[in-house]
Design a protein around this ligand. Sequence first.
Ligand code: MTE
Length: 319
Amino acid sequence: MLIKRPDDIKSGEITDKELYLNRRQFIRTASLGAAGLGSGLLIPGLLGPLGEARGATKLTGTGKSAFSTDEPQTPLKDITGYNNFYEFGTDKSDPKRYSDSLKTRPWTVVVEGEVNKPRTFDIDEMLKMPLEERVYRLRCVEAWSMVVPWIGFELSHLIKAVEPTANAKYIQFVTLHDPEQMPGQRRGVLDWPYVEGLRMDEAMNPLTILGVGLYGEVMPNQNGAPIRVVVPWKYGFKSIKSIVKIRFVEKEPPTAWNVAAPQEYGFYSNVNPTVNHPRWSQASERRIGDFFRRKTLMFNGYEEQVAHLYKGMDLTKLY
Ligand code: MTE
């Protein structure tokens, strides 16, 4: 992003972590096997997906989605320990370290603007939406990527419930603004609150979800608890965290990174290996945990599902 250079991952650290996690996974699988339980089993409340004892709450009754990738999933430790969430600091390790101060109950999301049925949703009401596991690739603009088993529901369900008017052309999302809970907001790194936006057809696309958890458990604070957007064919910064407002509007809304650096970040921000960031190439990426770089895929590999949304648009100008 603005401050961090791409690829600022300490590869030694990640590799060590990988080895460590794989060893843990091996030991756990072996011991479960010995107990006659088989591998890949979760023991609710006792073991997390990688065998650590964790206090997180399970999300039950989630279906599997056909939109999921079957690529290897990034270990939980990396998904929850290597984050961008500037409300808690600009270092990748800050969100995990400092986001305990975020209170995720009570939590409501106000839905307003160009809709016939404006409404305030309570987070517990939203958890009753048809939740699915969506294993998506996440490609950060800084040229690293992960594979995350999100739990969430299609944004289109919520959109239909509030009945947008004919004037609703875009949706704006707004993160909580509370410097008491989000100490990073005491510094002027970005224009707070963090805001993002999607065109209506992008928001209605079945790939676009509101994420409420990952790895079968409620969303960790550092990943955007209790509810965030996940748009897998766009750079990670479009996937705004800890949202409190969804506003339906007629004109393209301002977005946090476009306001901060318009020459570097556009409204669309589709993953596109042929359009470089002004300061680095977007042609390849490093999957967290991998040693070698891999080629970045057009629309992050979701071309079949979303290319039609941009037909006739010059993506070198509308980046
Ligand atoms: N949302 C808010 N409110 N604040 C942020 O700083 N960072 C974005 C996005 N959503 C950010 C945010 C960026 S740059 C990325 S890459 C993803 O969150 C990272 O999501 P993750 O930490 O769950 O991997």
